[in-house]
Design a protein around this ligand. Sequence first.
Ligand code: ZN
Length: 252
Amino acid sequence: MTAAAYAPRRDLVSKVRRRLTQHYAARPATLSFAQPVLSITFDDFPASAADAGARVLERHGACGTYYAASGMAGVEGPCGMGYTAGDIARLVQAGHEIGCHTSSHADCARQDIFSTLEDLARNRDALIGMGAPSPRAHAFPYGETSGELKNNLPPRFMSARGILPGLNVGRTDLTQLHAYPLFGAGAMRRVAAALKSAARRKAWVIGFTHDVSDTPSAWGTRSDDLDVLLHQAHQLGFVILPVTAALERRLA
Ligand SMILES: [Zn+2]
């Protein structure tokens, strides 16, 4: 999602293809929950997400999902310095989930499927080498995917997350879960409104961001905004869980 130097294609053919991909459910499921669920997820992920982001979550007794791209570990990017193996070990120890985000942060709509599957395996091996369990959750970099990849997503993944806003409840595609950005103009207002609607429907809201600090990048979230969001969620009766733990709570 970050990578200031790269933007997915915006030509008409790509837009139509993207729309068709969104509407093709490779793993349809009907989700229901006993209570509303919120998952906070971090993509790439910058060291500040492991540090300031985890601190906010832990203050609320909650854990998040960190979608790690091994090629971004220890690398300075537009959202700050990337995570280290030490961050992975500490997050795992504290009960957070480490998810997959490809190793190379590939645009999976453009990379051929064999390269993507290799990329996913390379990321899994690197993350296991850093002390993480084999990831069970995946997030597509830039939210970009294809019907072919959704069909061939390795079965070790219980889910894959995109970047399209929406509630995850009722008929849902487990290979492209909806998620609200926690950055950009009006984002926190939109996700707060989504929480209210999700509370009524006992739905699952996923938020995604990158860095967390008092002065975040354009793709990051302020610590106190994250704090307010978690507070609102608790007040509305949400349980806050990592993505795979949320899926394991589903009633159907
Ligand atoms: Zn990303």
